[in-house]
Design a binder for this molecule. Sequence first.
Ligand code: ADP
Length: 802
Amino acid sequence: MALVKDILDTMDYGPSPEANDHVRDWLARHADGFGHFIDGGFVPPAEGAFFDVTDPARETLLARAAQGSATDIDKAVKAARRALKPWSALPGHVRARHLYALARHIQKRERFLAVLESMDNGKPIRETRDIDVLLVARHFYHHAGWAELLESEFPNHAAVGVCGQIIPWNFPLLMLAWKIAPALCAGNTVVLKPAEFTPLSALAFAEICIEVGLPHGVVNIVTGDGATGAALVAHPDVDKIAFTGSTEVGREIRKATAGTGKKLSLELGGKSPFIVFEDADLDAAVEGVVDAIWFNQGEVCCAGSRLLVQEGVADRLYRKLRVRMETLRVGDPLDKSTDMGAVVAPVQLERIRALVAKGKDEGASLWQPSTAMPGMGCYYPPSLFTGVEPASTIAEVEIFGPVIAGMTFRTPEEAVALANNTRYGLAGSVWSENIDLALDVAARLKAGVVWINSTNLFDAASGFGGYRESGFGREGGREGLYEYLVPGWEKSARAPRKDAEPAKLSPLPVGGIVGGRAGLPSIDRTAKLYVGGQQARPDSGHSYTVLDRASRPIGQAGLGNRKDIRNAVEAAARATAWSGVTAHNRAQVLYYVAENLAARSREFEARLASMTDTSAKAAAGEVALAIRRTFLYAAWADKFDGAVHATRSRHVTLAMNEPWGVIGIVCPDEAPLLAFVSLVMPAIAMGNRVVVVPSARHPLAATDFYQILDTSDVPAGVVNIVTGESDPLATVLAEHDDVAALWYVGSQAGSATVERASAGNLKATWVNHGRTRRWSVDAEAQGREFLRRATQVKNIWVPYGE
Ligand code: ADP
C-alpha cells in the first residue's frame, strides 16, 4: 500500500472503486436470462433464443438477454394497443402522477442504475452518476409536468398512438428516458427496443415500471438486435417510430416506413464543429475539448469531433491540449477517478482503429498521450489529429470514438464555411470572448444545437435534434412534445380516399393552338413557369391543355420537368436575402400580396368558377378566405417567435425558430387557389423560399398569381412555380439535395414515393397520405401547425457570469 509520503510526492490518484455488489447480486438473480417486458411482466422469448451481454472493460459476461423475434414484437405491440385507449383517456394529472412515481423511483435507485450502466456500457461511473442518471430523473419530472399541462398548453391535440422506439448503446438509459417520458406524458403507449450491446438498464427500468404500478402494456421492452428493430419498424399496427442511431439505419427506416402513415422522428449521426477563435479563453476551450470529445469515450452523436482553430492560436491551443491530454486517466469505468472508460465493444474499437489508420494514411498527424492503458478490455486512448484536410475521411466520417480532427481557419467566414461543410448538422460549439462574433456564428451554423463557450449541455426543457442528415424532430422541451402529438382533427379524420387517377396531361408544343371557344379564334394563352421572378418557358418546350369544368380547353400551362425544378431550386437557393430580412419586412410584403389579391378578387373568382365545378358564391368564398389567410400569415410573420428555455442556472437557452431554407410544396387539386395560398404563405412568412407545384388539373389560379407576386415586392426567387404532372415533379423535389423540406398534398401513392425518395438527404417531409384536409376549415388549414412545419428549432446555449 502506498505511503502518504509517496502520495504527496507523486500526487497520484489512488484507486477509488465504486462497489458493485448490489448489481452483481441483481445479475445473479437473473442468471437464467432476462425475458422481454411485455404487458406488465417478464416473458420468455417466443423462439427461446438469448444473446450475451458483456462488460467491455473486463471482457466478462454480465447477463443473457432475450433475442426478440417478430412474434415477440407482435405480442408487445398488441399489449401496447390494448393499453392505449385507457392510458390516453386518463386525465393528464393522473398520467403525471405515474411519471412522478417513475422519476422518484429512478432517484431511489440512482446508485444502482449508475453502476449497472457503467458496467454494461463501459462509461465512467463519474459520468453515469453525475450526468446520465440525473438527467434521466430530470426528464421524467419535466414530462410529468407536461402531462399536467397538456390540455391547456396543447389544446386540440391527441396522442399519436402506439410508438415503436429504437435506441442506441451510447446513453442507454438516457435515450430510454428521452423516448419514453414524452411519449407517455402525451398519452401514447410504447414498445422500446434497446441496443443489443446495452439492454440492462432498460430491463432495470422495466422493474421500476412494475414497482410503481404502471398500467400493464403502457411500456413494453423487447430486447434484441437490428432484426428485432426492423420487425418493430415493419409492424403494421405501430403509429410512430422514434429512432436514435446511425444515419445509415435511419435512412433504412425512412424507406421502410415510407407510405405507411407512420409518424417518424430520427436523431442520427453528427460530425460537429468545435470552433475556437483567437480571442477565446484557451484554457476554458481546452476543458471544452475534453468534454466535447473525451466525454463518454467520444461515443456521443453530438461530440465536437472537428476542432476548427483560428490560425494564430492553433499551435498554442494544440500545446495546451497535449499537456491536458497527458493528465486524462483511462481505465476502470467503476473507478471514481477515471476520466475515460472502455469503448462499448470490440467491433467499435476496431472501427475506431481502422478510421485512425485511415487518417494517418491520408497524411494527418496523430498525437496520443503517454497515459498508461489497461492491459485488457476495450480501451482506446484520447487522440488528437492535426493538419487534417477538410475533404479527408476523418474530417467527414463520424468516428464515434475519442478522436478529434484538428484543422485551422483564418476568418469567421472561413470558419462558418468549414463548419457547415458536412452532410450532418447536429450540434456545434463556438468559443470566443466576443459575444457578437459568437452569436453571429451560432446563427449561421446549420445545426440543431449550438453551445457558446460550452459544450455537451443537455436539459429536458431544451429540444435536441439535428438539421440535414442528422435527422429531423426534436427531443426535449415543448418542441419535442409535438413528436408525440397529432392535431386532434387528424385522429377523427376521414380515412384516406382512394387515389384519384393523376391528371393525364397531354403535351403540346408551347404556342400550340387550343381550340377556340364559341367560334372565337384561338390565342396563345400559355401560362409559363415562374422562376427567379421571371416567366420562363418550360425546358421541354411543351405545354398541356387545361380543361374547364365541362372538359373544354381554357388555356395551356407549361409542362415542367426535372430541369425546370432544378432551375427553380437554384433560384430559390440564391434568394437567401429573404431569410435575413426582418419579420416586419416579410409581413409588409405579405400584406401587400393580400391587398393586391383583394384588388383583383373578381378575376380570381371568375377563374375559379370557370376552372372547377365550384359555384360563383363558393368561388368568392375561396378568394375571400385566401385573402384573409394571407393577412393572417402577415400577422404571424413577426409573432411566431421562439423561447428562452428554463434549463440550467446562469444559462440562457434560446430556442429559435429558423426557416428551413428551400421548401418544396406540391399542392392538391382541390381548392386550387386556397390550398396554394394556405401552403405558400406560412412558408414564406417564416423566411423560406419555395418551389411550388400547383394543382396539375387547375394550375391557372396559381399562374395568375405571378402578377400578384410581381406587383407586391416579393423578391425574385422567393416563390417559384413549376406547373406540370405533380408526382413526377414531387419526386424530383424529394431527391434534390438543396431542398431542405418537402410538403406534399396529393395521393397515397404519391405520399409514399415522396417519403421514399426523400431518404437520400433525409429531408423532412410532410405528406397527407391521401387524406383530405378541408381547406376552408380554419382549424384544419391554418395556424401554428403550418408555422411549426415551416421552421426548425435551433437551441443556442449562452452561459453568463464570470
Ligand atoms: P450504432 O452505430 O449507434 O450502433 P445503429 O444504428 O446500428 O447505431 O443502432 C442503433 C439501434 O438501431 C440499435 O438498437 C440497433 O439494434 C437498431 N437497429 C440496427 N439496425 C436496424 C434496422 N435495420 N432496423 C431497425 N433498427 C435497427
